[in-house]
Every structure is written in structure tokens, then in C-alpha cells.
Ligand binder design. Structure first.
Ligand code: SAH
Length: 341
């Protein structure tokens, strides 16, 4: 099955089910994924500087700690000057991609975001600008692109309509989420999507549907991480997703999408002390350290016990450098664009 997956980038549903539900193939799968990653990207790991610009959100996703309904959140938003300051220190630390992520906060109008993007673009012409700001009308995605944004991260979260309905209130829809992703692609963004592993009510069949949707979308970047419980959400009684299955899915994704940029996510690092290192060994080739000002870090809490909420950007950068090296890989100063899709 692993040979077939590697040579055809595909497996049947029954084969995927077996791979996901049995543990006997795990180490062989990991090795095949790592081998393929090394044959394409060598030992290079690309870094993305994450700026968490706001934890206000109009949405009420049942799994997310910064959902609108959580009144225990100390809400903040960064000013344009603060965002630019994050980029400045990030650039000095060797970041050549900035990721602006946040809740869906209407304080940042399309005009204000275009201003922020244009200023980053003018100040750092050698850098990629990635947005992760949720769902917008196509026209606004177009304006952000024209202002200088290059990439957009929007996880589909789950590709099963019924499951999507169990994770989100009725005013949100999988159909709209998918439409946003296709709109972004059409505009010319490098698009990233992905899903949570082990989210409440998720079945193995749902995970296979996630893989099938990604095969249809053909994203440049694929971000997955374990679902992690947050104490102040309606899902606080559900247990967190499995690290092992997340790692296995990273390996499957590498083999299905040989050229994809796949991060070893913060959620992975939260699930286990060496979770990100294990992610790299399973086929991931990106890490996304935090560039947000330390004073707001602990307030951008999507799930409990999130790591790296106390360190300065420089500390995070060098800590990750050591972690990446300990796993046998090397952080590079580069934009790290997708080389082929
Ligand atoms: N508002 C933006 C950014 C969301 S935060 C958007 O809609 O895209 C980025 C990702 O964090 C989400 O897409 C989701 O997959 C993940 N996330 C949110 N809550 C989580 C939780 N409790 N456990 C693990 N991942 C979570």
C-alpha cells in the first residue's frame, strides 16, 4: 500500500481506512514520507513568522477558544504600527514570510487591511505575505492580492457537511468555506487548507473525505493539527485528538502531495513536548514561530496549554532552530514558495 501510495499518490478508500486504523504500517509509512520529502526539499525547513493580529471574532465555532461567545477572553487587537514592528523584528531574525492571522474582526476593514498589506509589501519586497483571516467576499480577497498578499491559509476544518454542522453554528457553511478556497485559487494565491484531527464527532471516514477534498483543491500548503480541548467552549468535555494519527496523516499527505508545504504546527507541539520534531520526521517541512508581541500572546488561546506564549520572538526563533536541528533538519532563510503543485 505504501509503495502504491508513493508511486500513484493515491489509494482507495478501503486502503486508506486500513492505513489509518492499523498501527502496523506506521514506521514504514513515516520513513517513506521522510525519504520523499528529502528527495524534493532535502533537509530544508521553511519558517513563517506568525503575527496574531486580533483575537476578536464574530464567529462562534464550537471548538475555538476565541469564539465570540467566550466571555473569559481578554480581547486585543494590534495597531498597524504594532504589526509593522513585528515584521521589522521578524525580518531581522531571518523571516521571509509573514503570516497575518486573526479572528474575523470587522475593525480591520478591507481598506485598513489593504493599507497594512501595502506597507508590509513596500517595506519588505523580498518577503511573502500570507493571510489567515477567515472568510471574505471574493472582491476583498482580490483587493488584498492586489495590495501585495501572496498566500492565504483557510482550513476547510472538515469536508463532511454533516460533521461541519456539528462543529459550527448554522450561520456558517462548508459550501461557503469551499467557495472561498476556490475563489482564492482563482485569484492567484498560493492556497493553504487543512483540518483538525480528532475533532468531536469525527470518524475515520470523515478523514478520508478530508483527503479527497484536498485532492480536488490541490493546495500549495496543507496545515493539520490535533484538535485540542479548550476549557471555555461547548466542547470542553471532549478529549483532544491523537498525536499518533496526526503524524500518520502528515505522512500520508506528504506521499499524496509530494511538493506540498506542510507545517509542524503549534498544536502538534502542544500535544507533546517534541511534537513538532516528530512532525518534521513524519514529512512536514515548515514551522511557524510566533512574532506577536509577548503582551498579547497568552490571549490568542485557541486551545488550552498553547506553547510559546511567554517567549520573545528571538527566543522562539532560536529555540526552534535547535529543535529542528535536533531532528536532523535545517532552518533556511528563504521565502519558501511552493516549487510545483
Ligand atoms: N479565523 C481564521 C483563523 C482561525 S485560527 C480562520 O477562520 O481561518 C487557525 C486554525 O486553528 C483554525 O483553522 C482551526 O483549524 C485551528 N483551531 C481552532 N481551534 C482549535 C482547537 N481547539 N484545537 C486545535 N486547533 C484549533
Amino acid at each position: 500500500m505504501i509503495k502504491k501510495l508513493k508511486s500513484t499518490q493515491n489509494l482507495s478508500d478501503a486502503e486508506l481506512l486500513e492505513l489509518l486504523e492499523s498501527e502496523v504500517y506506521d514506521e514504514e509509512l513515516r520513513k517513506a514520507a521522510d525519504e520523499l520529502r528529502r528527495s524534493i526539499y532535502g533537509t530544508e525547513v521553511y519558517i513563517r513568522g506568525l503575527v496574531e493580529l486580533s483575537n476578536y471574532c464574530k464567529n462562534n465555532c464550537y471548538y475555538c477558544g476565541i469564539r465570540r461567545g467566550n466571555t473569559n477572553v481578554n480581547r486585543y487587537r494590534l495597531s498597524k504600527a504594532e504589526i509593522l514592528e513585528c515584521c521589522k523584528s521578524g525580518h531581522e531574525l531571518g523571516f521571509r514570510t509573514f503570516v497575518l492571522q486573526g479572528g474575523e474582526d470587522s475593525y480591520y476593514s478591507s481598506e485598513l487591511l489593504c493599507e497594512i498589506i501595502s506597507e508590509i509589501r513596500a517595506g519588505y519586497p523580498d518577503c511573502a505575505i500570507t493571510l489567515s483571516l477567515g472568510e471574505w467576499p471574493k472582491q476583498d480577497y482580490q483587493s488584498f492580492f492586489e495590495a501585495g498578499a501572496n498566500r492565504y491559509l483557510l482550513r476547510h476544518e472538515t469536508a463532511n457537511t454533516e460533521h461541519y454542522g456539528k462543529l459550527h453554528p448554522a450561520n456558517m457553511s462548508l459550501e461557503n468555506r469551499k467557495q472561498c478556497l476556490f475563489n482564492l485559487k482563482e485569484i492567484g494565491y498560493q492556497v493553504g487548507s487543512g483540518f483538525m484531527v480528532g475533532s468531536p464527532y469525527q470518524s475515520t471516514a470523515n478523514l478520508i473525505e478530508d483527503l479527497r477534498f484536498l485532492q480536488e483543491l490541490k493546495p500549495a500548503m496543507i496545515g493539520i493539527g490535533p484538535y485540542l480541548t479548550h476549557k471555555d467552549t461547548p466542547f470542553n468535555e471532549f478529549k483532544s485528538g491523537s498525536l499518533k494519527i496526526t503524524l500518520k496523516l502528515i505522512s500520508i499527505l506528504r506521499l499524496m502531495f509530494p511538493y506540498a508545504l506542510i507545517p509542524a504546527t503549534t498544536a502538534l507541539g502542544t500535544a507533546a513536548p517534541n511534537g513538532r520534531e516528530q512532525g518534521l520526521l513524519a514529512g512536514a517541512n515548515v514551522v511557524m514561530p510566533n512574532l506577536s508581541p509577548v503582551k498579547v500572546r497568552k490571549d490568542y488561546t485557541l486551545y488550552d496549554n498553547k506553547i510559546c506564549t511567554g517567549e520573545e520572538a528571538a527566543e522562539c526563533r532560536y529555540c526552534l532552530e535547535r529543535r529542528v536541528a535536533s531532528a536532523g533538519y535545517k532552518i533556511v532563510v528563504a521565502r519558501g514558495d511552493v516549487i510545483k503543485q
